[in-house]
Design a binder for this molecule. Structure first.
Ligand code: B12
Length: 233
């Protein structure tokens, strides 16, 4: 670990993440109810930082990587290497949203770390990125690092009257009760599922928030194909 990384691990993690097209997505000091696993030496994680992507930056890096041509789960492979390198450089322990079940509660952690909110689609909505963001990993530190004060922001859904997200799914897989993944996957796999398969989830695309961060067709296609080829994950 370089001296500069040791001086301010949070700034170092942010800079190294940015260099890989990722973003530091806030952090928090885990408590007993947060479901954060212990460190390899049995110690407690005193600070957890979230790493994620929003918009096209990560895709550009991933698509140019050797892992992008690997199978299965090329993005998970790339993520494991990139996040482990960042964790190693700043003296943290890497944690991942994939590799389950059981899965680590990344969405709950995300809500502790940053001002994101559960949308009607159960995806977390960000005031700027909208629904066009996801999580790639988390960094667990034994040290209690000073975190910048949280800046609570209201959910964009709080002032959204029409909820177009709940109207746009061609097979009505989303409603107030939740999400019918089987109905979604069957449609996306079918002859008539081309628009969802090639452009991405129509319900997600219907949300007016964060339009500038909407995934490019190649990325949207990649995630939908990964989703329908392994809907259990
Ligand atoms: C299992 C899973 C699924 C399952 C079941 C969802 C479910 N019931 O949780 C299925 C296959 C349906 C699914 C679908 C998708 N998922 Co998914 N999924 C997960 C995964 C791996 C585990 C969720 C879990 O069980 N957590 C364990 C419990 C203990 O943690 P929790 O925080 O309390 O659980 C939360 C979720 O269960 C959530 N939830 C409940 N119902 C649903 C339904 C959906 C669709 C989602 C997204 C969440 C969700 O509510 C809980 C509280 O917030 C998470 C990664 C993770 N580790 O959390 C990604 C995750 C939730 N998925 C994600 C995404 C992006 C998707 C897809 C959009 C993938 C895609 N196509 O690109 C689709 C959504 C549907 C669509 N049409 O596009 C992102 C969400 C990012 C965000 N902005 O919130 C995550 C965080 C992965 C990541 N790397 O960022 N997913």
């Amino acid at each position: 670990m370089r001296a500069s990384d040791a001086d301010s691990p949070i700034a170092a993690a942010a800079a190294r993440a940015f260099a890989q097209g990722l973003l530091l997505r806030g952090g928090f000091h885990p408590g007993p109810g947060d479901g954060v696993p212990s460190l390899p030496d049995g110690g407690r994680v005193a600070t957890l930082l979230m790493l994620g992507n929003a918009g096209p930056a990560m895709w550009a890096r991933f698509a140019a990587s050797a892992e992008s041509r690997a199978t299965p789960s090329p993005l998970d492979l790339w993520t494991r290497r990139v996040v482990a390198e960042i964790a190693d450089a700043v003296g943290a322990y890497p944690l991942f949203p994939f590799g389950g079940p059981p899965y680590l509660p990344f969405q709950r952690w995300a809500q502790r770390a940053e001002s994101v909110h559960v949308s009607p689609l159960k995806l977390l909505i960000h005031p700027e990125f909208g629904l066009w963001h996801a999580y790639r990993g988390a960094l667990g530190f034994a040290e209690r690092l000073a975190l910048p004060p949280a800046a609570p922001r209201e959910s964009p859904c709080a002032t959204c009257r029409d909820r177009p997200c709940l109207e746009a799914c061609p097979v009505g897989a989303f409603d107030d009760q939740g999400y019918d993944a089987t109905r979604c996957v069957n449609h996306v796999r079918s002859m008539v599922g081309t628009a969802c398969r090639d452009d991405g989830c129509q319900a997600r695309r219907a949300c007016p928030v964060g339009a500038d961060y909407r995934y490019e067709p190649a990325q949207a296609r990649f995630h939908m194909h990964a989703f329908i080829s392994n809907p259990a994950r």
